[in-house]
Write a protein that binds this ligand. Structure first.
Ligand code: AMP
Length: 216
């Protein structure tokens, strides 16, 4: 099963992708995570992407399409994947269709996670992760049980994304509405788009997604 989680930054795509990964034995393909790894490693791609990411702009389509094409070619994707953060433009959506068709693969479901912009700003500016295990927290909605100590691994170092600032979030949301939301009709036309209410609690959103996948 190959699935796309589509939605604005902060909609919960990463959180839900990690849950689907475990439940359905799928691979999460987060282009944001791949780019952050490229920035951290100092690779050519990372150097090209860093300033665009920090400003809340998209990385050019040609770089993103070849990044995902190489990743989908890896054997661990053969049993199914969840795309989280790709495609983000119509050109990326069309390129994805072509690469899947070449490999004899197909998309089963595109799930739109709907969340209002004002909620997203609060969600994104308050979020942080454990530097050791990556567990996610939030200043208001999900604090560790013991202040300063990760519930999952006991780590005491936490980090915030460089682009999770109030100012950059506004640009990222504008970019989503201008460049990514126009993909929705593309998948609607193919009859594989389903929407879930991303403002519900995390478990309820998972239940909604499971219902969509059960019917896919
Ligand atoms: P994310 O972690 O998905 O919020 O992505 C973080 C940033 O990486 C985005 O704001 C973009 O700058 C860049 N990025 C991630 N995926 C893509 C993509 N498919 N196309 C273009 N830029 C991307």
């Amino acid at each position: 099963m190959n699935v796309i989680l589509l939605g604005p930054p902060g909609a919960g795509k990463g959180t839900q992708a990690k849950r689907l990964e475990k439940r359905h034995n799928l691979i999460q393909l987060s282009t944001g995570d791949m780019l952050r790894a490229a920035v951290a490693s100092g690779s050519e791609l990372g150097k090209k992407a860093k300033s665009l990411m920090d400003a809340g702009h998209l990385v050019p389509d040609d770089l993103m399409i070849s990044l995902i094409a190489d990743r989908i070619d890896q054997p661990d994707c053969a049993d199914g994947f969840i795309l989280d953060g790709f495609p983000r433009t119509t050109a990326q959506a069309e390129a994805l269709d072509e690469m899947l068709a070449e490999k004899g693969m197909k998309l089963h479901s595109v799930i739109e996670m709907k969340v209002e912009d004002e909620i997203l700003v609060d969600r994104i500016t308050g979020r942080y992760t454990c530097a050791n295990c990556g567990a996610g927290y939030h200043d208001s909605f999900q604090r560790p049980k013991v202040a300063g100590v990760c519930d999952a691994c006991g780590g005491t170092e936490f980090k915030r994304r460089a682009d999770d600032t109030a100012e950059t979030v506004r640009t990222r949301l504008a970019t989503y509405h201008a460049q990514t939301a126009p993909i929705l009709p593309y998948y609607q036309g193919k009859g594989i788009l389903k929407a879930v209410d991303g403002m519900a609690g995390i478990d309820q959103v998972t239940d909604q997604i499971e219902r969509v996948l059960g019917a896919a």
